[in-house]
Design a binder for this molecule. Structure first.
Ligand code: NCD
Length: 323
């Protein structure tokens, strides 16, 4: 049997693959958050700080990416490590010649200390982690499955605002069927008691019923709503997402549902409150009116992005066991 390194974290990140939020628990998340805080302090002191010196991290991205790719790349470099970068290996690597993903992964595990992979096919990250490679794997987005590192930065963002991850009321809107960031984030919030999540999406893009049932077992309260008028006024966060055009076989279906729900100043005025934050994993394609950008509650172009780098720095140093 090949070793599967995507085990439960249980407070010990070293050499573990990071594939799903299901590997986590509140204690491990606390370890991550305190590492993020430590890293932020060191960065602000501008101290010499190179725990990943002489390590190489492979970035293997089979799907387009701006933020995840570059924030991982920056995170590695800020920690003194180097990267081996493949954006679009389908055009530039031996995959073009017909090499299997398994062989490609074996190659990079011999050249580097860690492999970060994004792939359009759900399950590929888990498959990679089960190959018994020398290097751990971090998923940077697994088809319509999960996007664990985005959820970790989003959880840290909510935590740093409200000082807790329990007793939270939140709204998720947009593409909850195909949006992998949402799947991971809801799984993470389900670890904490008394959270209540409202899910607003066109009926074609509801959270997959099996996943909803699984999550509800953990005790998290999930309320599906169909109309903006049903958004409660007491949400601590709104988490908006784009409709994932590339996941549709029929573009007519996409046209039918895209931008059904858009954040406008009027909606924020009507359904928001002073203490809430407005989040989005980006890219946005019309579902947030740009007039919202200057609202201090909107953090998708500022804090959420910065936390992406800090969270990835913390995760990299924990997985590579260096700080
Ligand atoms: C998301 C993704 O790739 O899943 N983007 C990201 O990584 N920040 C969201 C999306 O593509 O809509």
């Amino acid at each position: 049997m090949k070793k599967d390194c995507s085990k439960k974290i249980n407070g010990e990140f070293k050499n573990k693959s990071i594939i799903s939020l299901e590997q986590f628990d509140p204690k491990s998340l606390q370890t991550l958050f305190s590492t993020i805080e430590k890293i932020k302090k060191r960065i602000h002191k501008k101290g010499n700080f190179t725990p990943l010196l002489r390590t190489v991290t492979t970035l293997l991205f089979f799907e387009p990416s701006s933020r995840t790719f570059s924030s991982f790349s920056v995170a590695v470099k800020r920690l003194g490590g180097s990267t081996l970068e493949y954006q679009n290996p389908l055009q530039t690597s031996s995959v073009v010649k017909g090499e299997t993903i398994e062989d490609t992964l074996h190659v990079f595990s011999n050249y580097s200390d860690l492999i970060i992979i994004r792939h359009p096919e759900k399950g590929t990250a888990q498959k990679a982690a089960s190959l018994g490679l020398k290097t751990p794997i971090i998923s940077a987005g697994d088809g319509i499955g999960e996007h664990p590192t985005q959820a970790l930065m989003d959880m840290y963002t909510i935590y740093s605002h409200f000082g807790k991850l329990n007793n939270i009321c939140g709204l998720f809107a947009g593409d909850l069927l195909y949006g992998r960031t949402v799947h991971s984030l809801i799984k993470g919030l389900a670890f904490y008691p008394n959270n209540h999540l409202y899910l607003l999406s066109p009926k074609e893009l509801r959270l997959e019923p099996g996943l909803k049932k699984e999550l509800s077992k953990s005790g998290i309260k999930i309320t599906e709503i169909y109309d903006e008028n049903d958004i409660p006024n007491n949400c601590q966060f709104w988490y908006w997402t784009r409709v994932q055009k590339e996941r549709f076989n029929d573009l007519k279906q996409y046209e039918k549902v895209k931008n059904r729900f858009v954040i406008t100043p009027r909606l924020v005025q009507k359904k928001g409150n002073n203490k809430m934050i407005i989040m989005h994993p980006l890219p946005r394609v019309g579902e947030i009116d740009t007039r919202i950008d200057s609202d201090p509650r909107a953090i998708y172009l500022t804090e959420q992005l910065q936390n992406g780098v800090y969270t990835r720095m913390a995760l990299l140093s924990l997985v590579l066991g260096k700080l």
